[in-house]
Design a protein around this ligand. Structure first.
Ligand SMILES: Cc1ncc(COP(=O)(O)O)c(C=O)c1O
Length: 442
């Protein structure tokens, strides 16, 4: 929660939340065919989550999938086919979204990366457009006056939202309130006026994002309502009639037994009110983990046994370098224990699961209640579909990335091939071949 919160948000009493049931048979088959470490994605679960959201939200709301949660091309293809738009934050995510089939007109490019690589991709899109004078089709979210200035001076037209730094408190676990670095402040707004009629940019609305992983429906309702209010005030101040207002999202998912289930119905109720308040502007929301987190399983094999801090421990062939979601949310303490895919008799005991890195902090589970484990046993980590592989420090220790496999009912599809160990040398140039070897020096 951000420091400046003054409103009491009712936190429903914590209750034991059941873990997502593990589809053990299909996960075993994935390990048999593709080995470990591997990410496995349950496509049926993603489709159900999208359908649930669509059932609840008013149809006018544009729903974007935030690729930062998981930019796996195969997974993005599924979400594009589900009819979502895309929220991208880099040139790499932009090309992934296009390759996955999201139409440029449904893509929002947010975040502070407005690098030459991003500009060049936008230019290629507008060159390929049926009417290049309309630009790339992508809607940009501009974070600062200097970004507005940059696009105002372009020779192609760009549709853009002004991102506003929330002037209200954030209840998010990953908070983006008034103390966040993103977006324009109220004091910045008057400076925007001079660019509103520029040739290179057409300001079509606003964007406000107050943070991520909010489980209390009241917290999300506060973010969405306050975001819209702030956007409407900014519109008045600048004399803009907004076409679209992206009010963020931040819908959380229960990672552990003490996390509550997010109450979508309550939030949907409020969205109906906000849709009317915003009209004729349309509302957009951007969600990542809500769609994909619970669909993901991270599969690792036990390499050996040892002790850690006086407890039983096992070392696995994966680690924190492939599970970025362990940064920030303290999941190793609060998440559901991984599910062993082999059935073993014996009492559950507090066990630590250690990754294979030479790093003291490479701990995937602390005191998880697990049965006795032996080398080659496989552990399946639930809720691993968001901010796992795509938020990780994958190059550490020169491990190739894990494989990615999708399943739907009993069908399997390979989304990312496991690269051989020697692939870590790909695209690198040895010093002597790069002109720095002995005899080549100055
Ligand atoms: C601007 C913005 N939009 C969307 C998201 C996606 O959040 P989540 O995956 O929790 O839905 C984030 C996450 O940090 C973000 O910073």
């Amino acid at each position: 929660m951000s420091k400046s919160c003054t409103i009491e948000i009712a936190q429903p009493a914590a209750r034991m939340h059941p873990p997502v049931p593990a589809p053990v048979a299909i996960l075993r088959e994935i390990v048999r065919r593709y080995g470990t470490p591997t990410y496995a994605y349950d496509i049926g679960r993603i489709k159900t989550q999208v359908a649930r959201l669509r059932e609840h939200l008013p149809p006018q709301v544009e729903v974007l999938y935030s690729l930062k949660a998981n930019a796996s091309l195969g997974l993005c293809g599924v979400l594009a086919e589900c009819g979502l738009g895309a929220d991208v934050a880099s040139a790499g995510e932009l090309v992934t979204a296009i390759a996955a089939g999201f139409p440029p007109e449904r893509i929002f490019l947010t975040g502070p990366d407005k690098s030459p690589a991003v500009l060049s991709e936008l230019r290629s899109l507008s060159d390929g457009a049926i009417d290049p004078s309309c630009g790339s089709g992508v809607t940009l979210s501009l974070d600062s006056v200097s970004e507005l200035q940059l696009f105002a001076s372009q020779d192609r037209l760009h549709r853009a939202l002004l991102r506003l730094r929330p002037d209200f408190c954030s209840y998010a676990s990953c908070s983006a309130g008034p103390d966040s670095r993103f977006g324009l402040t109220l004091e910045d707004l008057p400076q925007c006026r001079g660019f509103l009629d520029a040739a290179g940019v057409q300001v079509v609305g606003f964007h406000v994002f107050a943070g991520s992983q909010v489980l209390a429906a009241d917290g999300v309702r506060h973010h969405l309502r306050s975001g819209l209010d702030q956007a409407l005030r900014a519109a008045d101040l600048l004399g803009i009639a907004p076409e679209i207002i992206d009010i963020g999202g931040g819908f959380g998912i229960p990672y552990g037994p003490l996390d509550q289930e997010f109450d979508l119905a309550q939030v949907a109720d409020q969205m109906r009110t906000l849709v009317h308040k915003a009209a004729p502007a349309r509302l957009a929301i951007e969600l990542g983990r809500y769609f994909v987190a619970q669909a993901g399983w991270y599969l690792t094999s036990v390499l050996g046994q040892q002790t850690h801090l006086g407890r039983k421990a096992v070392v696995v062939d994966g680690g924190t370098h492939q599970r970025g979601d362990l940064c920030g949310l303290d999941l190793r303490h609060k998440a559901f224990a991984p599910v062993p895919l082999e059935v073993r008799s014996g009492a559950l005991e507090p066990t630590d699961v250690l990754g294979c890195l030479s790093l003291p902090s490479d701990v995937l589970v602390e005191s998880g209640m697990l049965p006795p484990l032996a080398p080659k046993d496989v552990l399946a980590f639930p809720n691993a579909g968001a901010y796992g592989l795509y938020a990780s420090s994958c190059l550490f220790h020169c491990h190739p990335p894990p494989a990615e496999v999708a399943f739907e009912a009993d069908r399997l599809a390979l989304f990312r091939v496991r690269e051989p160990i020697h692939s870590v040398l790909k695209s690198q140039i040895l010093s002597r071949n790069a002109g720095l070897g002995s005899g080549e020096g100055t």
